[in-house]
Design a protein around this ligand. Structure first.
Ligand code: NOJ
Length: 741
């Protein structure tokens, strides 16, 4: 074989170098192009534009296109990207998982890894190589439509979950037929756009970016070697992320050493001209995007002719394009696409939606259940029940249960939804099965719709209520109320849901509320009036089964919130890791009256909160030392006793606060946690190490420094002060952790 790039004996670097030397300008620019394949898309341009990548290519189209690419002059394989966000949901036979927000309530890193492994295997089995996941945006404003896609509001926890997810997608290394590329998105601070409006301006500083929004991405690059980053739509302090060289090149590539590539989000380049008005024409947009450090351009078709013009005019040096092509080709080689892994050959049905994969989805649904209130009603003994009335729009709605980026949202044109419907058990269906086993009567009345204000079956509910032992109300939101283009100004229950709950309450029947929603809604009435509240967000196909298991005590809930619930939309923002205003202090104490005059200061439910059927007692909490030297990690240890009669799992949390520093810092930030299984009556010793670097802040020169002085270490079961024990440690000397370039 004469061509080095076709010969597996050579290193990837040698093969890339050889291939690059054979490519024309047109072929090189084509490699940077990612075009949509769905709904007809741009598949006809494959040969003419030497297209390097397609997104949203479902069904058998991937094989056909890959075959066409193999027949081109150099035979460079295509790389297919898809939004396999919570499972490879756009495939008719893949395993669907709870959404990222829902699954994050498990605080289970190993589960994140295994969910991603399943997704990687199934995605690869359909000839796709790259998922646009995970989302590393920080959830800061519940009005934002994409809260469901996040791991919640804590940057550190997001980084921990994301790193495991990325490792799961990418597998043990290159050249494996069951690995795909991950894409950490949306780089960066996309969840911080003003008013929770999707893709709006974000007003933050580089210091805040480095303190709050970039750390998860840094972890994704440095610890998990993520293969790609996706730039956000929005602008930060007036500069669209797509043209921010500091973000893309100086930090991600140079400082962090990203060896993968950067892809823009959908039409980001064109939008610099058509929507953000920072470039007078599309050619300027292509020019600025390339120089900023983007490697692959998603869905701006004009990038192809315009970039060729820019190169031929001498405005763009071909070396800029070469560097981007090199990054992309390297990943194609690593995926084995030039060799015998160009086509997936194994039997699809031996991989897709198989029992072991579905079992992981069930586990995720169970671990994602968060018990937010229980006045003693739960768990219910089925022997005491003669009749259950199930009400609410989400009691029997597959699409509301699965959430965005599933087949229901149709972004990738998935066609046949039968399998996903069959795979899904709604709350009503799960209780129906239980009624047959336990012999209680079950009635279902929808009562209200999430969006149709005119849908009203409250009188039917009122008629059915006498003689009912328990009402299970499944409320929340539905697909048209979340996702891109669906930000909400109102976080109250929509439709007639509130009136429906009030009618149930008036009857005096015990009321359990199951919240199936894409985000934290403002539900103070439920918090006060329901006997029990279980939150699952979009809990996946097994969400109904999981609720049923919690209801009857077949599963002891262990999930904890990763996002705070507002009392009212006007209370936003309400994240736990807030900064203190000085009017927030009374008599020198923090946590004074920091609030709007007409609103409580605390969220309805806080980050880290979640009950269990077990009770846990923390004792002998201590740090390894009270005085630390620079670069010394801190070890925190404690005993946790399960004082109840039931086995359970506690999520132990450790927070820290820098007491006095040159800059304001959050009142607390998570810096460690452990999921601990504790049998009834058992005491477990728990050790958590806080890396020294976690004490750092970003100074005005953008250096990462730890300032000498006292720090509080707070240990307990949630982020709420009343759940935490405070210890003090002291650092003797200032220390620079990382100098900015
Ligand atoms: C736009 C979304 O913002 C992004 O998350 C997604 O991956 C791309 N479109 C591709 O579908």
């Amino acid at each position: 074989m004469s061509e080095i790039y076709k010969n597996e004996q050579y290193s990837i670097q040698e093969r890339v170098c050889d291939l690059l030397s054979r490519m024309t300008i047109e072929e090189k620019v084509g490699q940077l192009m990612q075009l949509p394949a769905h709904f007809g898309g741009f598949t006809d341009k494959l040969e003419e534009w030497h297209v390097g990548s397609y997104l949203h290519c479902t069904g058998d189209d991937a094989t056909t296109l890959q075959q066409r690419a193999a027949n081109t002059r150099l035979g460079i394989p295509l790389i297919f990207g898809i939004d396999a966000i919570h499972g490879h949901c756009f495939d008719n036979h893949a395993t669907v998982f709870p959404t990222q927000l829902s699954a994050s309530s498990s605080w289970d890193k190993d589960l994140m890894y295994r969910m991603a492994r399943v997704t990687a295997k199934e995605t690869r089995a359909t000839g796709q190589h790259w998922t646009f996941s995970p989302v590393l945006c920080v959830a800061r404003d519940a009005r934002w439509g994409r809260i469901n896609e996040t791991y919640g509001e804590d940057p550190w926890l997001i980084g921990e979950m994301a790193a495991e997810t990325i490792k799961g997608y990418q597998g043990d290394g290159p050249n494996r037929e069951d690995s795909i590329l991950a894409c950490a998105k949306h780089y960066v601070a996309y969840g911080e756009t003003l008013g929770g409006r999707d893709s709006y301006e974000c007003d933050t500083s580089r210091r805040k970016l480095l303190s709050l929004f970039m750390p998860p991405f840094e972890k994704a690059v440095k610890e998990a070697n993520v293969a790609s980053l996706m730039t956000g739509y929005h602008a930060i302090d007036g500069v669209p992320c797509t043209v921010d060289k500091w973000l893309l090149t100086d930090v991600a590539k140079t400082d962090w050493g990203l060896d993968g590539f950067i892809v823009t989000d959908w039409e980001n380049v064109r939008s610099l001209h058509t929507k953000q008005y920072v470039c007078e024409n599309e050619k300027e947009a292509c020019y600025r995007s390339l120089l900023a450090g983007n490697d692959m351009i998603m869905s701006t078709p004009e990038f192809y002719p315009l970039t060729i013009e820019l190169i031929n005019e001498g405005r763009i040096d071909i070396s800029v394009v070469d560097t981007a092509v090199e990054r992309i080709l390297t990943k194609k080689f690593e995926l084995g696409l030039f060799d015998d892994m160009r086509f997936f050959t194994a039997e699809k049905s031996s991989v897709m939606g198989i029992k072991p994969h579905l079992d992981v989805s069930l586990e995720a649904s169970l671990k994602s259940m968060v018990l937010l209130k229980n006045n003693g009603l739960l768990p219910v003994d089925s022997a005491d029940i003669k009749k259950i009335l199930v009400v609410g729009p989400n009691a029997h709605d597959v699409i509301a249960q699965l959430g965005d980026w599933s087949f229901g949202s149709m972004q990738a044109g998935a066609t046949n939804d039968t399998y996903h419907r069959d795979q899904t058990t709604t709350v009503f269906q799960a209780l129906q099965k239980a009624s047959q086993v336990h012999g209680f009567e079950l009635e279902f009345i929808k009562g209200s719709d999430c969006v149709d204000e005119n849908f009203d079956e409250i009188s039917q509910i009122e008629q059915a209520l006498p003689g009912v032992d328990l009402v299970v109300a499944c409320v929340g939101d539905t697909l048209s109320q979340n996702g891109e283009f669906h930000d909400r100004a109102d976080l109250n229950l929509s439709g007639k849901q509130q009136a429906m709950l009030e009618a149930v309450k008036a009857s005096g029947s015990p009321l359990v509320v199951a919240l199936i929603a894409s985000k934290p809604l403002s539900i103070p009435w439920i918090a006060e009036n329901a006997d029990a509240l279980v939150c699952g967000f979009n809990p996946g196909p097994y969400g109904g089964e999981a609720f049923k298991q919690v209801l009857f005590g077949e599963h002891n809930p262990s999930g904890k919130l990763t996002v705070s619930f507002p009392v009212h939309v006007g209370q936003l923002p309400v994240y736990y890791n807030k900064y203190v205003g000085w009017h927030a202090q009374s008599s020198g104490q923090l946590n004074g009256e920091e609030r709007y005059i007409d609103m409580p200061k605390d969220p309805l439910f806080s980050f880290g909160e979640g009950l269990s059927y077990s009770q846990y007692v923390y004792s002998t909490i201590r740090t390894s030392r009270q005085t630390i030297e620079p670069n010394q990690d801190i070890s925190v240890s404690m005993n946790v006793t399960n004082t109840s009669q039931v086995d359970g799992t506690e999520i132990v949390q450790v927070y820290l606060r820098d007491l006095y520093s040159s800059y304001t810092t959050p009142v607390k930030k998570l810096c460690g946690f452990a999921r601990v299984d504790i049998k009834a009556g058992e005491t477990r010793a728990v050790d958590i190490t806080i890396p020294f670097e976690e004490l750092a802040l970003i100074d005005s020169s953008l250096n990462k420094v730890v300032e000498a002085g006292d720090f509080h270490i707070m240990v307990g079961s949630s982020s709420k002060d009343c759940d935490l024990t405070v210890l003090t440690i002291n650092l003797t000397k200032d220390c620079v952790v990382m100098k900015s370039n």
